[in-house]
Structures are given as C-alpha cells and as structure tokens.
Design a protein around this ligand. Sequence first.
Ligand code: ADP
Ligand code: TRP
Length: 362
Amino acid sequence: MKTEDYLQQKILTGIKPTGTPHFGNYFGAIKPALKYSKYFKDSLFFIADYHSLINQPKSLDLQDNIYEVAATWLACGLDPKKSLIFRQSDIPEILELAWILSCFAPKGMLNRAHAYKAFIDKNTKENKKDLESGINMGLYSYPVLMSSDILSFDSNVVPVGQDQLQHLEMCRDIAGKINHHYKNSNILTLPKALDKQELKKITGSSDNNFLENSIMGLDGQKMSKSYDNYIPLFAEEKKLRKLIMKIQTDSVGVNDPKDSNNSLIMDWYKLFATDLAREDSSFDALLNINKLVSDYKKGISWGEAKEELFQLVNKSLSGKRESYNKYMSDKKQLDKILLEGKDKARLIAKATLSRVKKVIFG
Ligand code: ADP
Ligand code: TRP
C-alpha cells in the first residue's frame, strides 16, 4: 500500500475512563494516534466507558474520569472538526455487533486473553478454592467488545500500546472467521496495529522515536491506571514534582557515576525531550539528552537528575495542562463535543451493523 492509499482509510483508538490519563497513555496511544491521524481519511477516538464497567466503578468517579479522558484528548491536540471523539456507551450498535461477534469467538481463544489469565494466575497464587473467583463476564468477553469497537467503524489501523496487541489479533481472528463463514471477505475489515513497519508504509519514512515498549511506572512495572505507579499527565506542578521525586532508584553513591542505559529517569527524559523538541524548535533534544548522559557519567545525584527531569516534563506539558484545565472547567463544552461526535459516529456504526445483519439474516 502506498502512502496516499491510507488517505482512504480509518484510524481508531480508545481509552478506558478508569482513572486519570498518564504518561503511558500519552506516549503509547494518544500521541501516535494524533500524530499520524493526518495520514487518514477518518480518525476516530473514543472513551471506552463500557469497558471500564468491568471494574464496577462508582458512578461519580466514572463521570469524572470520562471528562478527564475527553479533556486530555482535546488538550493534546485533537481537533473535533477533523476527528471524531465520542463515548462508547452512546453507540448501542457496538453492543449489538458484539453479540454477533461473540458467537464466532472461540471460547478457547478467550481463555488465553492476558487479563483473564492474569486473574486466574493471581487466584492460583492466593490458593483460592475457586480459580474464577472475582472474574465477571465483562472481563472475560472484553476482547469481543473491543473487537466490536474496532469492526463497527471499519477501522484499518489501531494505535495501541504493546499490552493491547493480543486483543487486536483476536479481533482479526473473529472478523476472519465471520468473513470466511459467509464467504464474503468484505463484511468486516481486518484491522492492523500501528507498528514500525506499518508506520513506514503510512508515512513513507521511519520514525526512530516510535514507542515499541510500554512506559514503566514509578515502581519499575508497566505504568497503569490500575496500579498505584503512574504520574497523571496533567498533575499540577507541585504534585508532578513530588511524584517525580518518588521514582525508585538504586543505591549507587550520591556522587558516583550512574548507568544512563538502565534508568527510568533517563528513559522518561528522552521521551519528553524528543516530544518538546517537536513543538519548540529552540529546544535541542539531542544536546540536552547528551548533557544528562554525560552528567550521569560524572556522577550526578539522583535528586539532581530527578530535578532535571521535572523541569523538562513541566516545560513540555505546561501549555497542554493549561488547556486541559480550561476544558475541565467547562463540562458543557465537553458534553457538546461528545454529543456531536456521537451523532457522526453512530451513522457509521449503524451502516456497518445493517450491512452485517443483511448478510446474516437476509
Ligand atoms: P491503563 O492500563 O492505564 O488502564 P488503558 O488500558 O486505558 O490504560 O490504555 C489506553 C491506551 O494506552 C492503550 O492503547 C494502552 O496500550 C496504552 N497504554 C497504557 N499504559 C501504557 C504504558 N505504560 N505504556 C504504553 N502504552 C500504554
Ligand atoms: N482495551 C483498550 C485498553 O485497555 C481500550 C480499548 C477499548 C480500545 N476498545 C478499544 C483500544 C478499541 C483500541 C481500540 O487500553
């Protein structure tokens, strides 16, 4: 496929409103989605609120989180005139298609889904009598609902972090089964992940800064809203500083040389430096990164390294944070934007569903 062919295609991704969006969501999903959306005919970004129900959130928390995710997308540059932003629960057609998909989704495949398996492993470790304890059907059929999100809009490319690639594979599997069963390869569109190879085809060149691994959290595990190890993307300055100071470091002496290849502070510094350079031409990412690498060799203290990181992250996010706070103080505007997105998105999902039902039921 040539670069110009993508101009006929759709890019789509979703984020669960399970908490405040963090650095991982930003670098793993929001940034690539917005950065490459210009190469596509349509870009659709949604708030996966039905998915977040699997954790049975309190209603007020859920509402807050939905606004936070919407405001984050907008503050990061989503232009509602060019892209759609909507709530999953505003599109009932997704659920109808999900049932159809579930009838073609092998149970054995869902048994292998990471989130389900992780729960079983946890129950096993805790010596629970019932290994399925605490697992609801929403968690179990999560990949089916996610497939429906993707297939309802005939999405071609789906930018997600590493942790979601298995779900994309399952989506392709289910869609392939339906297309095969009805001897019609055009019923459902098989999506692709946004990986390095795909990116090269889309843009015609390589992107050395493309994120291939998950962003790690304060405790060295994958950063996630579900663990207490994340930094909210738009944390206020004071809180941001406090959280950065909490990054776990090793016990190398204060003024001893430090390994910059094995340091979360350095990893985050590189990401934010590259990000800032893209928006502020007076900032030289390479120069600043090299300087910090050389400071590591000379024996910068962890406290000083964290301060350097804080200054950079704060500089890089302060403009977006201001915009985020503005959106968060105007919920009516957010409602209006989400409603407009819903109307447009529903038309697409309706058309897909009636196409599929026609093939199945005549
Ligand atoms: P969380 O795990 O924090 O609940 P979500 O599941 O809502 O995050 O993820 C939304 C998007 O952000 C997904 O595409 C996911 O792959 C991506 N993402 C989440 N955490 C990370 C991370 N630590 N590094 C990279 N991408 C991430
Ligand atoms: N499962 C994704 C996550 O946890 C969120 C999501 C739901 C999604 N539906 C989607 C992402 C469809 C991409 C496409 O991060």
